[in-house]
Design a protein around this ligand. Sequence first.
Ligand code: C2E
Ligand code: MG
Ligand code: MG
Ligand code: MG
Length: 284
Amino acid sequence: QAKEAGRNTHHFFNQEMHKNLRRRLEIENQLKHALEKGELFLLYQPIVEAKTYELKGLEALIRWDNELLGRVMPDEFISVAEQSGLIIPIGNWLVNEVLAQMKCWHGSVLEDIAISINVSPRQIQDQSLQPLINDALEKYSFTASKLILEVTEGLLIRNPLEAKSNLQRLKDLGVQLAMDDFGTGYSSLSNLKNFPFDILKIDRTFVRDIEKDDDDYALVSAAVSMGRGLGLRIVAEGIETKNQLEILSDMQCDSVQGFYFSRPLSAEAIKDWSEKYHYKPNPQ
Ligand code: C2E
Ligand code: MG
Ligand code: MG
Ligand code: MG
């Protein structure tokens, strides 16, 4: 009986692994042609000041609609893009796409706000990223300090010295750096001090249960005050309720982002949203 069950589990395990592998290969095969087929696009989510609700910036979030696979979310395909190296051409496209979009918004209420993009470790290690961003900033005459690069802590673990010099080279362009998803993975406050970050983004998994979970409350509260003590601006992700907004605002969190204000929206939709919001800056 036990042997039988063991064999079945084993069999099931292999099937699952096979399925996952097949999916990854399919994603990689399709992703190779996603750029040329114009299947990748960006959504934009507002980031607002916690106290005044003033619109401060947007985060660009990538989406992929493939004819075979349908909508694939970045949590699934970015790791494939990283491992296959496809993240380099995708990242190059994204920098130009975002700055071209910001140029289109000249003269609108989105003119002066900041734009955040997610940059994965492999891109940071790539020596062509710095000149690429430099060229794009010039090409679109975009003020460097309004471009924010969001990186996760994973980057800092393997080779901290190399990561530091790569981040510093990017900082030298005048862009800002944000540590994304703080609190997950190998979070360490010393990273905040040792690397040239301007912004700390608190992961939404801690915001989610902040009303009920005392540990999450304590963790967020400590991260906010220590981050502020180190001179960083704090952004809380995943704000879905008025209550969460008020808690984070009371903790002196600078900015917030989440479905409570808006889901990520297409370029057209975020422009409409921002115009309505500009005249009535109140969530919901
Ligand atoms: P992230 O950078 O931490 O982005 C925030 C994620 O939280 C987004 O998921 C966003 O849609 C989601 N979110 C925002 N507010 C709320 C909320 O109130 N509730 C909930 N439940 N979720 C919320 P998304 O767009 O699926 O992106 C997932 C991750 O994929 C991103 O996490 C980022 O790490 C990565 N990613 C997205 N776009 C890019 C990109 O262009 N390049 C790279 N390298 N990574 C990207
Ligand atoms: Mg991010
Ligand atoms: Mg995040
Ligand atoms: Mg994330």
